[in-house]
Write a protein that binds this ligand. Structure first.
Ligand code: GDP
Length: 479
């Protein structure tokens, strides 16, 4: 009947086209089923049937292998023995929290996709405030690494010097097909060596695949580089026929803000953004030792938003006289930054003079924390709320190489205007570029191929894995 189909359409929406499972209780995590219904426009990107079925089998695997189960107990006991992994046993990824929240969100999504491709389950380090930020993503189990995990105390200190670090083992010829260790440490950070990045190669994956526990410290979104591996490539193409939508789907599947953070988001949205005709997000990240307000950064933002016609200029006298509409367009501008001065300047500008288009521009900035305070609960919750609020805008301007900005635009399904990173304290010209893809950039990817292709430019191997627009001849991104 019509009623039934309307109902199924509505619940289809609530589950984001089948991306989410129905198996959760709504009230424990309001954001999970409410986001798409109440706050988001329908995404033009639909998850593939294959991705949906893969997620449902992952959920079953996680339930079977997760904390508190027999296989989990057995696997942790074997951590201290050098026994061989047997086929059919559970295999794990442990994700160590490091760096800022944007980095954390991008890297959880990366290891999760790697887990989907390799039949592992992901457990996240909860020593930081993970459970204050996110609801559990998998039904009937937990993704939090138990506090009595045997390697918990050492893990934080793992580094390239650690003898079980994959790159180090390669260097020392300490690993081969006949000697698989019970755990390996993968160091996928900005300072990774070529050896660490051999992780992405097919031959190395055959070896790594046999190790029951993989412990990851990551601060880069490494999804684009997985496509360079032919084994993964085939599977990835089936999972994500729309390549640039990888993070968009994974983020809406994995990251559901807790009720506390959802309160921050919805109160702010309803107070300041919901009634506007149009919403513009501007994310301003200043990567410099001193941080703070810089005139050249302000100039760059104004020049980008004017050229892109995202914000109007001040009206001339004639324009001001001509604009007498009784119902002018009302545009809300959401600025996020550690520094409040940028939005203060914008606010003054639009208060002091009328706009050339007659639009009414209202400028908001939720917080101005001045300094990064990762691992302070309310600070992180506000950071998450702001990334999320940005993702609810219609157009978005973000800062080059900021993972905070990457999360915001990709979660929202938005192709951002990327502000180039200023050099020598002057506004770059052009100030920004409209990205043609919404997926985040893999900063510091492998610059080499594997084996026979050693030395090839990894940005030129596949037509849809290219260098990032905000990184000159560097970074890898899906288009
Ligand atoms: P990235 O350093 O820009 O790649 O982003 P990260 O999120 O990894 O690290 C920056 C951290 O600084 C954030 O997680 C926040 O703790 C803080 N931060 C930076 N910009 C903002 C902002 O606009 N709003 C808020 N609330 N916090 C911010």
């Amino acid at each position: 009947t019509t009623n039934d189909s309307m109902e199924s359409e509505r619940s289809g929406d609530k589950l984001i086209g089948g991306l989410l499972t129905e198996d959760f209780d709504e009230s424990s995590c309001l954001s999970r089923y409410h986001q798409s219904l109440l706050y988001r426009k329908a995404s033009p990107y639909k998850p593939s049937e294959y991705l949906i079925s893969k997620l449902r089998s992952y959920e079953n695997l996680h339930k079977r292998c997760g904390p508190g189960t027999k296989p989990y107990k057995k696997a942790t006991e074997r951590l201290s023995h050098d026994e061989k992994y047997e086929d059919g046993e559970c295999k794990y990824i442990v994700w160590i929290a490091s760096y800022g929240l944007g980095n954390r969100i991008l890297t959880i999504a990366s290891v999760f996709l790697y887990a989907l491709l390799t039949d592992r389950i992901v457990l996240v380090d909860q020593s930081k405030d993970m459970s204050d930020l996110f609801c559990e993503p998998f039904p009937g189990t937990t993704w939090l690494l138990p506090r009595d995990f045997p390697l918990l105390k050492q893990m934080d200190g793992y580094n390239m010097g650690y003898s079980r670090c994959y790159g180090t083992m390669l260097n020392n010829h300490a690993i081969n097909a006949n000697s698989t260790p019970p755990h390996l440490y993968l160091h996928i950070l900005h300072d990774s060596r070529d050896e660490d990045k051999m992780f992405f190669c097919q031959k190395d994956q055959n070896l790594i695949d046999k190790v029951p526990w993989l412990i990851f410290k990551v601060n880069v979104y490494f999804v684009p580089s997985l496509w360079l591996n032919p084994t993964f490539h085939t599977e990835l193409t089936k999972l994500f026929p729309q390549k640039e939508a990888v993070f968009h789907h994974l983020a809406r599947y994995l990251f559901h803000p807790t009720n506390q953070v959802w309160g921050l988001i919805t109160r702010y949205y309803n107070a300041h953004l919901s009634r506007a005709d149009e919403r513009l997000g501007i994310q301003i990240r200043v990567f410099s030792d001193r941080g703070g307000y810089y005139q050249h950064v302000m100039d760059q933002i104004l020049s980008c938003t004017r050229r892109a016609k995202l914000l109007p200029e001040a009206a001339t006298q004639e324009e001001a006289k001509a604009n007498t509409s009784t119902r002018p367009i009302h545009k809300a501008v959401l600025v996020t930054s550690l520094y409040p001065e940028y939005s203060d300047t914008l606010k003054d500008m639009f208060w002091e003079k009328p706009t050339s288009t007659g639009e009414i521009i209202e400028v908001f900035q939720p917080s101005g924390e001045r300094v990064q305070q990762t691992d302070k609960k309310l600070h992180d919750q506000k950071a998450l709320a702001e990334m999320y609020l940005l993702s609810l805008t219609d157009n978005i301007v973000t800062s080059a190489r900021s993972t905070f900005g990457y999360v915001a635009h990709s979660l929202g399904g938005l192709k951002p205007w990327l502000l180039y990173q200023p050099k020598d304290a002057s506004a770059p010209d052009p100030p920004c570029v409209r990205s043609t893809s919404m997926d985040p950039c893999h900063l510091t990817p492998p610059s080499h191929g594997c084996e026979a292709e050693w030395g090839t430019n990894s940005g030129k191997v596949l037509p849809f894995v290219k260098h990032c627009e905000d990184r000159e001849n560097d970074g890898l991104k899906l288009f």
